[in-house]
Write a protein that binds this ligand. Sequence first.
Ligand SMILES: Nc1ncnc2c1ncn2[C@@H]1O[C@H](COP(=O)(O)OP(=O)(O)OP(=O)(O)O)[C@@H](O)[C@H]1O
Length: 636
Amino acid sequence: MSLTPGPVLEPWPDLDRRLARRAEGLLADFNTAGVLEAADVHVAQRVGRLGDESDPRVLLAVALAVRGVRSGSVCVDLDAVPDLAPDADLPWPDAAQWRTAVAGSRLVEAGVLRWDAPLLYLDRYHRLEVQVADDLAARVAAAPPEVDEAALASALALVQGAHFSPEQQTAAERAVRQSTTVLTGGPGTGKTTTVARLLVLLAAQARARGQRPTVALAAFTGKAVTRLNEAVATELARMLSADEEDDHARRLAPAELADFTDLVDRASHPDALTLHRLLGWRPDNSTRFRHDRGNRLKYDVVVVDESSMVELTLVARLLESLRPTTRLVLVGDPGQLTSVGAGAVLGDVVRGFEAPGAGLSGSGPSGSGPSGPVASLVVNHRSEQDIQALAEAVRAGDADEAVRLLRRGGPEVDFVEADQPDVAEKALRDDLVDTAIAVREHALAGRATEAIERLDQHRLLCAHREGPFGVRHWNRLVERWLAERTGQPVTGEWYVGRPLLITGNDYALDVYNGETGVAVADADGRLRAWVSGSASLRDLAPARLDAVETMHAMTIHKSQGSQAQRVTVLLPEEASRLLTRELLYTAITRAEKHVRVVGTEAAVRAAVQRRAQRATGLAERLRELTAGPGQSPETV
Ligand SMILES: Nc1ncnc2c1ncn2[C@@H]1O[C@H](COP(=O)(O)OP(=O)(O)OP(=O)(O)O)[C@@H](O)[C@H]1O
């Protein structure tokens, strides 16, 4: 199979500059130039030894594939890879000869490497990508679920109201009529509202069969699960409240209202859980779950929110654990940063199914047809128009407009033009210390809920962990300022009012990556770590938390799946390779009421213009699998 490459290059994370001791030839050259890390070289050498392959060009390709996975790609595109280091004078092999050497290599013959010209995969990632493409294509090609038209029509009439626009209604109806739906849209486009209405429509379908639907609301992080669950519950409750702007209670006749109330009740109380919990984590195995093809999930409906965050491996495990009859709704914003782990599944799926001939007809807002799995919402329903406009300019790659909106400012947007760290420090100091002091005061008084609420009012987001614009530096700065303001030194790792960020999943404790909290004094003056996540707010002994960091500042990557009323985005220098459109868009869209961008115009422009792209073949695989006869990508 020949794959036309999709996106190619993920900007480089900071590299480990150590050199591999026994590297020579091409591997040594690329290691010295900083294109490969020592670990990439070691893996390539080892694979070469085991597979009896010594051609340095093949080993270079293996090392680049390993490097690619490390930085989020699923494969390496041999044609595009020289662009990784355009300025370095590197001995890239001749492109045609390189392809031939790789295609005919012992490693490809043995199946250790997979060659889908010009993409080269490590076998494991190839298998995952092929499985995801096959499973998704099979779901989309399968006979649609049976729909009780009368139940759908009457439920649609009931859920109609002020909070259900035509595009939302179309999306929800589509998700009833097909077993797989990808619901996309930017912030505030009403995705969660649509999910809530969809649950009511599905409850009507289940009721027509004399059942209640079993529903799982899931997301990658506990924080995102909580948000989804709360938002859906609020929306369901709001639909029944007479004093809201929505008009169900007033519009519907008493019999209809009773009917509607019954459906909302049936749609309520879904299971809300992280994907790892949904799939059943196993203490003995980090890549396999209790649920798989042989032990499928029993849910009728599985909704996955923030699905841009979900890496290829987890999508593969989710798809294999779903019964063909389970409705899957993937919800997300493809403009956001992709998963931390390898893959860019949501964006790939949207592009893959948007292709002409992908079993689709007509053209919806995203180019997806009325019968395709992708349903896009485009109309913003939030009142924060300026934040939305800024986010949209960034997403669309319009740097002039982004700069114009930033400079224009207003009640929702602020631009602090700072070209030096000390200018940024001066601009942010009071705000950051005020937050830290307020959190500390609540924490000293044992008020955990208030401390966390105060913390959630503002987030300082950085692109980097290290350096003058990095999280570590700003955490230390705020601690120093806090000590200066209070006259009490901040000593040790744990102190009253320490803002917390959980950085790993701990299933036994029920705390998950991305959850936040505060160290609060209890009645005896002992410190407890209060964490807010998918379960209710709970306190733990600090010593029990392994993976926890101080969070006066956090990285934009870690902020995915969460929001704060006010957000400050600290941009690094324009040359930073982490500075991308997706990064800036993700940061801006974390803000509910106000966003402040701190940095230079050049950094804003650099961010808007640089794409965070990963080498994957998923979109193309989906296109090929779903293209109708005579509609292969080459011929349309
Ligand atoms: N059709 C509508 N008319 C008016 N308001 C709406 C409509 N749909 C949603 N809203 C409101 O707009 C706001 C955003 O909706 P919602 O939370 O569903 O969007 P979202 O796409 O899930 O946003 P995010 O991804 O940012 O969480 C909510 O306050 C919601 O009540």
